[in-house]
Design a protein around this ligand. Structure first.
Ligand code: DX5
Ligand code: ZN
Length: 223
């Protein structure tokens, strides 16, 4: 499968969001990663359905919506509705979702991919029972809540273990990584087995998005 690059718009310049989205789209972004934070599950507040609704008017790349909010099941339909038909994935944090099975099933009932995200301290074993039902597993490589944090190196063995487990399993969810991914570590993360690479500041804080994304792609493919 083609490896995918998903710039996180949390690091974009919000005074010119349209330009920023179009720029990463032209530069070869596969998905747009949308970080939703509620000030409860994480100590930060970011963006919600109005921004998703505006983004869809730009004919954007497909959106990968990462819900870092408590009780995400309450908001799944609102985000899907807001971004229709550009919502590719809705990912919920397993730590924030008490009804994981019904939430994942609800996401899929809209024809959207269902993702589950694991914070750095959450073990892979916590998603064992949901594995047959998910389309994507997001390994957080920083504590969720903020952009521009340092990649946690001990997440590399975690990604490798998950890759190994899915290789040996009948279920083949995509493995996504998110947090502190930059040009200087993306190759190692690719070697560990990731399929989808989220990068916020690693793309939006560089001068030339096209050059950054192309170089990231080379790094991923030369693994
Ligand atoms: C962290 C978010 C990430 C983050 C990525 O809570 O889920 O998507 O914004 O930003 P960078 O790549 O700067 O760590
Ligand atoms: Zn994210």
């Amino acid at each position: 499968m083609k490896k995918l690059i998903a710039p996180s718009i949390l690091s974009a310049d919000f005074t010119k969001l349209e330009e920023e989205v179009r720029a990463v789209q032209r530069s070869g972004a596969d998905w747009i990663h949308v970080d939703v934070m509620d000030g409860h599950f994480v100590p930060n507040i970011s963006i919600g359905t109005p921004i998703v609704k505006s983004l869809k008017n730009l004919n954007p790349p497909m959106m990968d919506i990462h819900l870092m909010i408590d009780s995400p099941e309450k908001f799944v339909s609102a985000f899907i509705e807001a971004g229709k038909p550009f919502v590719k994935v809705i990912t919920v944090q397993v730590e924030a979702c008490r009804l994981l099975y019904s939430t994942v099933t609800a996401i899929k009932s809209y024809g959207v991919m269902a993702g589950v995200a694991l914070s750095p301290g959450t073990p892979i074993s916590s998603i064992e029972e949901i594995l047959p039902y998910v389309d994507l597993i997001l390994i957080m490589t920083v504590e969720p809540g903020f952009a521009e944090q340092k990649f946690i190196n001990s997440m590399i063995p975690k990604i490798k273990r998950l890759r190994c487990e899915t290789n040996n399993s009948a279920y083949k969810p995509l493995i996504e990584v998110d947090g502190g991914i930059k040009l200087d570590n993306i190759r190692e993360v690719a070697q560990a087995g990731a399929d989808v690479f989220v990068s916020g500041s690693g793309i939006f804080k560089t001068e030339d998005y096209a050059l950054t994304i192309q170089t990231m792609r080379k790094e991923i493919e030369s693994k």
